[in-house]
Design a protein around this ligand. Structure first.
Ligand code: A2P
Length: 292
């Protein structure tokens, strides 16, 4: 990627702006609406939300009020664990479209896989949800469909019956928590990898290795993290509520991390990991309910 307006191209030809703006933990209301409006004003054209974030209406209002045409903004939202199964999935997408105030989504993701730890029927549950995704895609309501937080076993199980293969896997990725085996397997399976929490929720920004590399390039620790994702062929979803930081996070196209920098970042000890792992997350958060 050479400039901010460059794009990744999905397996179905859909283009994804190379740096997205994330809204995890942004509360519904004026603060988030204004932050998303600022992000669009800065130049972001890729906004990532989720039904579980509870802020789709604020994101939708920001997009409407921005004055930028709907087709110029790439909108992602995600399907929550309580919405699993064909019928509920289709209804959930309709609810997200309504909350966002749009008539199509650019990308819709299964937020978390159903997993064996909570649901013995996890494969069937994910299959049923995916059938809903395929229907929405075929109906033209969604330009691309994909996954989030899926590991190899979940990807393999889904691909056994998927008529339309997933185009994206969005996972936690940053120096100090790279999940390289998931990255590689997702790419091998034809998916674009997106990085949530590319700055390690802010925790990686004080890491000495990251700062040493940043200093050597005259850049910030945030720049190093964002560039680390891009140089790994990964689409970072940066998040800041602060207009000057969100603008500054776009300035990553005037330097390159060296092979030595990348090696150092690859081998950092675990830093900034959120603890959200599909097979080992808090049961009440991810157990969900089952249909079909
Ligand atoms: P803020 O919203 O106050 O800017 P992640 O994307 O890994 O989840 O990290 C998000 C966190 O990183 C937020 O707390 C955000 O705080 C902070 N952040 C984002 N960009 C920068 C930056 N350039 N410098 C310092 N902190 C940043």
């Amino acid at each position: 990627m050479k400039k901010f307006t460059d794009t990744f191209v999905l397996s179905n030809g859909v283009e994804v702006p190379c740096i997205g703006y994330g809204t995890w933990q942004s509360p519904d209301g004026e603060e988030t609406k204004n932050a998303v409006k600022s992000a669009i004003e800065c130049g972001y054209r890729h906004i990532d939300t989720a039904s579980a974030y509870g802020n789709e209406a604020s994101v939708g209002d920001a997009i409407k009020e921005s004055g930028v045409a709907r087709e110029e903004i790439f909108i992602t939202t995600k399907h929550w664990v309580t919405e699993r199964g064909y019928e509920k999935t289709v209804a959930a997408a309709e609810a997200s479209l309504k909350a966002l105030g749009v008539d199509y989504l650019d990308l819709y993701l299964i937020h978390w896989p159903a997993v064996a730890k909570f649901s013995p029927e996890w494969k069937e549950i994910n299959a049923s949800t995916w059938r809903g995704f395929e229907k929405l895609y075929k109906d033209g309501k969604i330009r691309a469909i994909g996954l989030s937080n899926f590991h190899q076993l979940h990807i393999d199980a889904l691909n056994e019956f998927a008529e339309i293969k997933p185009m994206v896997n969005q996972i936690e990725f940053h120096p100090g928590f790279t999940q390289m085996e998931v990255v590689e397997y997702s790419k091998k399976s034809g998916m674009l990898v997106q990085a949530w929490s590319p700055l390690g929720s802010g925790a990686v920004l004080s890491d000495p290795t990251v700062n040493e590399i940043a200093q050597a390039h005259g850049k910030s620790a945030a720049h190093v993290c964002i560039k680390y994702a891009l140089q790994n062929g990964i689409n970072p979803l940066t998040k800041s509520m602060n207009p000057s930081r969100m603008a500054d996070n776009m300035n990553v196209f005037d330097f390159e991390l060296t092979a030595d920098d990348l090696k150092k970042l690859d081998s950092m000890p675990i830093t900034g990991y959120t603890g959200w792992h599909p097979e080992d997350a808090p049961a009440d958060a991810l157990a969900g309910t089952v249909e079909e």
